[in-house]
Design a protein. Structure first.
Length: 276
């Protein structure tokens, strides 16, 4: 079997490392040009990894570019992994490898198709989320499922903690499925369309704390978009203040020296913040 990989973030690199830890190898890797997506959450550069393992690395502005498709065909890939990648692969890419293209999505598909899966899992107050490996088709996160890993969520989990758990789950799932691909025993099942939900993308501006809302929603927002995401924020005295960590207090617990934000139903104590 010959494999290729497309990524530009840590989740993808962790899967690449898992392939080599499983005794496998990659024949081709594609990533963005160095100047692209420099502020993308989890952005990594693959030069060192590919150099160490002797993998051809191509850098292109888009996964659907002719140079990428030609490289896939030149290497006669059986499978291509596209993981941690926001560009939508067209049919020309999906049909270029012999057996197709595999991806991972950090939800338990068909729940949570779309974007910003880690923040939304926290913002929606879910009890669990997970990671799904599936075969890409012409839809968005709609292809046949190979396997999944469930991640339980505690009531106070942060995006930082969940990103770490998702990263580990990516690597674990990759090892499981890669072994099946090597043996030719991987099975595929259709997604249950009756259970589909779609989560929209988020922008940094969506991190504005609603001062007229609930303190509990504000605390959840802080947890949901803390590092590696842009963070929740308020404006005070003409300055933008990003709150990275917080907790809910009763008004009687406030100390004069602390930075707190008052809401109609409580007070948010800011434990870590910065002025930008």
């Amino acid at each position: 079997m010959k494999y290729g990989f497309v990524t530009c973030v840590q989740l993808g690199l962790s899967c690449m490392e898992a392939i080599y830890e499983s005794g496998g190898k990659l024949d081709l890797v594609m990533t963005l040009k160095d100047e692209q997506a420099v502020n993308k959450s989890g952005r990594v550069y693959l030069d060192d990894f590919c150099s160490v393992h002797g993998i051809e690395l191509i850098k292109s502005t888009h996964v659907n570019n002719t140079d990428v498709i030609e490289a896939i065909k030149l290497h006669k890939l059986d499978w291509l992994f596209i993981i941690g990648w926001s560009q939508i692969a067209k049919d020309t890419v999906l049909h270029a490898p012999k057996f197709g293209v595999l991806g991972m999505h950090p939800t338990l598909l068909p729940v949570g198709r779309g974007r910003a899966a880690i923040p939304w899992a926290i913002l929606k107050g879910l009890n669990e989320t997970g990671v799904t490996m599936f075969k890409l088709d012409s839809g968005i996160d709609s292809g046949e499922i190979i396997d999944q890993i469930i991640i339980p969520l505690s009531p106070h989990i942060t995006a930082t903690e969940l990103y770490g758990k998702v990263n580990i789950a990516h690597a674990t799932l990759m090892k499981q499925v890669f072994h099946q691909l090597q043996l030719g025993t991987a099975t595929f099942r259709s997604q249950d369309e009756s259970l589909v939900s779609e989560w929209p993308g988020r922008s940094p501006e969506d991190g504005a704390i609603n001062m007229d809302g609930s303190v509990y929603d504000a605390e959840r927002l802080v947890r949901g978009i803390t590092r590696p995401y842009p963070g929740a924020f308020i404006f005070r005295n003409g300055c933008k203040i990003i709150v990275w960590k917080s907790e809910v207090l009763n008004a009687t617990d406030i100390k004069e020296s602390e930075f707190c934000i008052s809401f109609k139903d409580g007070v948010l104590r800011c434990l870590e913040w910065e002025v930008v």
